[in-house]
Structure formats: C-alpha cells, structure tokens
Write a protein that binds this ligand. Structure first.
Ligand SMILES: Cc1ncc(COP(=O)(O)O)c(C=O)c1O
Length: 370
C-alpha cells in the first residue's frame, strides 16, 4: 500500500466546497490585494496566537525578512540562529545585510540551545532567530532571558498553534517573542494554495512598521518613509486559509494522535529514536522525525515499499557552500551535523488511515528485523 509523505488531495477532498466557495467570493468581488479577506485572517491568527497584531505577507521567508528589517538588523550586525533549519532562516539574515551566527542545537528537540545563544552574544549582536522546528516551540523564554535587551524573532514557520507552558501558563508560538513569523507553504499544518506568510507581535509600533514595510515602506500611497517591499498576502490565499483555519486544531490533534501511534509501535525498536516532545511543550507535529544510524538504507527500504519519507535537513546551514565566506568548519556544530546524518521524517499528515500507519510501522520494523 503506498503511503506518501504528504497527501494534500486527501485533505482538499474534505474541505473542497468551503474552500472553492471562499475563493469564488474573492473572484466575484474582484478585490485581490489585501482588503477584508486578509484583515479577517489577520484577526483570527492574532486571536489564535494571543497577540495584539498579525500582519499578512507573501511568504514565511518574507515574514523573516520583514521582521529582521523591523528590528533594524542590517549591515555590520550579527544575528544568532540555528544551523539546523530550513534555508530561509539564515538566507534572510544574509539578505538584510547582516551576518548569521550559527550556534548548536539540543539533540532531543533539534531546537537551538539557550546557553549557546548567550555564549555567542557580542557587541554586534542585533537579534536572535530561534526556530520552532518540526512543530515544537524552542525555549523562547530561556533564550530571551539569556540575552536581555535583544529582540527575538521566532521563526514559527512550522509551528502555528503550537504551545509551551511558560511560568505556569500556556503560551502560543509567536506570543512571547518580539515578532513571530509563520509560513502558509502548502505543506505546513495550515497550508495555503500557494505561497503566504504572516507576522505576529504584541508591539504596536512594530506592527505599524511591518505594515509599511510590506507596502514599499509607506503608510500613505506614493509616500515612502523607508524602502520596503511588495510583500502582501493575496486575498485569494487569505480566503483559502480562513476556510481552513477552523480545522487546524483538529488536524494538529490528529497529527499528535498519529505520532503517539508511531511512538508506541516503535518503542521496542532500540535502533530507532522517536521524537522527543518536552513535557512543557505541545507539538503540532509538522514533521515526525526519527533518528537512526543507518538512515539512508532505511529510507531506500521504505521507498521500495512505497512509503514516502524525507530528510529535513541533509546539510546544516553553517556548512552550506553559500556560507563558506563565514568560515565555519565541520565539527563546529556537532549536534546539528549528527542530526543531519541521522534524521528521517515519516508520513504524519492528519488523513493517514490506521492501515497506512501500520504500513509505515511494518516497513520500519521489518528493516530492523522485528
Ligand atoms: C523553519 C522555516 N523557516 C522559513 C520557512 C520559509 O517559509 P516559506 O516557504 O513560506 O517562504 C520555512 C518553510 O518553508 C521553514 O520551514
């Protein structure tokens, strides 16, 4: 039985009528740029994230770019981040003219180590960009406390709706950072029908600046306070996302249920390390990522059975050719490098059937002779 890594058609089939109707309303209104569909989505995402503001933009990458600009990161500045993430996290730091400073991760959560962030701070450090990887929030509060006074841009592209118990209260992804960023790339838990992104913040002035930056840097049309971008969320995407948003909590709960199923079914396979979610976190499991030493062989074995998997991420960013100019060498972020050799993400999407979950489990167990 084939089990793809992700099956967007399966999800679309469950919501098709609502999504198509929402898209048609935009098409009939012929208002495609910002407008009420985007404002409505911004209100619901702000509510979900417990933030005062949400600002739609063109992608998760642009959300990072706008956030970095809004905290004035630029030439001559250093921005501390993790090398074990999607490229955009560091690509945007480079693209605002700043220097990415890579620090290593915790081996269990794959998220950046707060102590390593604190140790990397210099007089040039302008901001920190922790990533909530695979659906689990980083230790945002510890990171913020370890670098007092520095803005925290939380890359929550993979973690909308994730939460973390901080000082006895549940806090949402994006809630306690200076700015949080989301991606609506189709493979995310809340995926659009194309590119899209959003920023959240509690800070009124930052929200206003982000709204300006996404519109060529001007609050008033044809008057520009600074040079910004054309980075708006399409009304069509906003309409799709608003139709999907009421399902997000249920979808993420099903992903957690699937994760628990795998956890139990693989618990006795000593060669497989299943994902660790810290007790203070509730993950949305954008990915279910195991660690194994014979990773490439296992991936080929599963592929031969028709089970789709992926390696997020095969080469940490400090070792990417485009960042050779930064002078990092192998061995400088050992946990990220080890993770890159060992990780394998299994299908976890909400519409998986029990038979499909069993197929994945049988494939993994079979490889290890169980
Ligand atoms: C951690 C992380 N940051 C940033 C992005 C960029 O988002 P987008 O693809 O919407 O530009 C992604 C996803 O693709 C991501 O996973």
């Amino acid at each position: 039985m084939p089990v793809p890594l992700l099956d967007l058609k399966a999800q679309h089939a469950t919501i098709r009528d609502d999504v198509v109707a929402a898209m048609l309303r935009v098409v009939d209104a012929q208002t495609f740029i910002l407008g009420e569909p985007v404002a409505a989505l911004e209100r619901t995402v702000a509510e979900l994230s417990h933030t005062r503001h949400a600002v739609g933009c063109a992608s998760g990458t642009d959300a990072l770019l706008l956030a970095l600009r809004a905290v004035d990161a630029g030439r001559g500045d250093e921005v501390i981040t993790t090398p074990f993430t999607f490229f955009a996290t560091a690509g945007t730091i480079h693209n605002v003219g700043a220097t990415p400073v890579f620090v290593d991760i915790e081996p269990d959560t794959f998220n950046v180590r707060p102590e390593a962030v604190a140790a990397a701070r210099t007089s040039k450090t302008k901001a920190v960009v922790p990533v909530d990887l695979f659906g689990q929030m980083a230790a945002i509060e510890s990171i913020a406390r370890s670098v007092p006074g520095l803005p925290i841009v939380e890359d929550a592209a993979q973690s909308i709706g994730a939460r973390r118990m901080i000082d006895g209260e549940w806090r949402m992804a994006g809630e306690v950072a200076t700015i949080g960023t989301f991606s609506f790339f189709p493979s995310k838990n809340l995926g659009g029908y194309g590119d899209g992104g959003m920023l959240v913040t509690q800070n009124d002035a930052l929200a206003e600046r982000l709204r300006r930056l996404r519109m060529h840097g001007g609050a008033k049309q044809y008057f520009h306070d600074e040079v910004g971008y054309n980075s708006r969320l399409d009304a069509l995407q906003a309409a799709v996302l608003s139709a999907k948003l009421p399902h997000l909590a249920g979808w993420s709960a099903r992903r957690r249920r699937n994760a628990a199923y795998y956890d139990a079914a693989l618990a006795d396979v000593a060669e497989v390390r299943t994902p660790v979610v810290r007790p203070e976190n509730e993950s949305i499991f954008n990915q279910y990522t195991i660690r194994v030493s014979r990773r490439d062989e296992l991936q080929a074995h599963l592929k031969a059975r028709g089970v789709g998997t992926s390696i997020y991420y095969p080469l940490p960013l400090h070792l990417q050719p485009c960042f050779a100019y930064l002078g990092y060498r192998e061995g400088q972020c050992p946990e990220s490098e080890r993770a890159s050799r060992e990780v394998l993400s299994l299908p976890i999407y909400p519409e998986l059937t029990e038979a499909q979950l069993d197929e994945v489990v049988a494939g993994v167990r079979g490889f290890f002779g169980r």
